[in-house]
Design a protein around this ligand. Structure first.
Ligand code: HEC
Length: 252
């Protein structure tokens, strides 16, 4: 090998990955335009603004720092790379009472407001992209069960009788094996603290023993708020909705 071919080879082995991993993604993503609704396809006009609630910014940062993305994805893959749309409540809801079929692939805008898009590294744990909606569905089911057991209507349940999604997430974060014996989701007891019970005690505290309660520290509060607001339920322009069952407004 001559010195010249060595240097050409050296330059190429840095230039090619740079081109594919830096230059091309930058060129394609730097001028992404905000998607617009279309009069014919969607029956309305205007820009698509993803609706997000909860502690998106710091919740997402904690999610990343705690390594949740190592086991949990937040990505409904494009159909050619593995169909996620058929998995129950993962990429949206098949029969949403208000919006119909909301299942779709992940979009760039699903990660709005977050410094990193936690698409995830492996899928050891379930995809969390639509976790908030799944928990809402679970809460509705649990409330029906509670109401039936008490012999009242769901609307008649008092706030303290209802299934508490925030508390359910706390319980999972504190000890994932509390609801699933075989869980390998790590426990996050450092996000909680034991405090003495004064008066009526804290809201959403975990099981207490005698005069002590386990309560969430700010980290757990932010993370829980973030998790419960991971939803795939905003209406996206027809052009971005790859779900096969989706109809154009003009065809409805
Ligand atoms: C070692 C891999 C691993 C890591 C790291 C991990 N999890 Fe999990 N997680 C799992 C597995 C496996 C499950 C499924 C079993 C279960 O329900 O506990 C799960 C379940 C969950 C669930 C319930 C999901 C559902 O649809 O019911 C939530 C919420 C969750 N994890 C949150 C987190 C958060 C937040 C973090 C970071 C603090 C995290 N996980 C880190 C493996 C992991």
């Amino acid at each position: 090998m001559t010195v010249k071919t060595f240097f050409i080879g050296l330059a190429a082995s840095f230039a090619l990955p740079w081109l594919v991993m830096v230059a091309v993604p930058y060129a394609t993503m730097r001028n992404v335009e905000i998607p617009q609704f279309d009069e014919v396809d969607d029956g309305k006009t205007g820009s698509y603004a993803p609706v997000k609630a909860g502690r998106t910014g710091n919740g997402s940062a904690i999610y990343g720092a705690e390594g949740c993305a190592q086991c949990h994805s937040q990505l409904s893959r494009p159909t050619y790379a593995g169909n996620d749309l058929g998995r129950p409540n993962l990429a949206g809801i098949q029969k949403d009472p208000n919006l119909g079929d909301t299942r779709r692939e992940s979009l760039l805008w699903d990660y709005t407001g977050e410094e990193f898009a936690w698409i995830g590294e492996t899928r050891i744990g379930p995809d969390l992209g639509n976790y908030g909606r799944r928990m809402e569905i679970q809460a509705a089911e649990e409330n029906t069960k509670i109401a039936t057991a008490l012999g009242v209507k769901v609307e008649e349940l008092k706030a303290e009788q209802k299934y508490n999604t925030e508390k359910a997430v706390f319980a999972h974060l504190y000890n994932p094996r509390s609801d699933n014996d075989d869980s390998v989701c790590p426990s996050n007891q450092h996000m909680f603290k034991v405090v003495p019970v004064y008066g009526q005690g804290y809201e959403n505290a975990l099981a207490s023993s005698g005069d002590e309660q386990i309560i969430a520290k700010p980290k757990a509060l932010a993370l829980t708020s973030y998790l419960l607001n991971l939803k795939r339920d905003s209406e996206v322009p027809y052009a971005l909705n790859f779900a096969r069952a989706k109809k154009k407004a003009s065809a409805k």
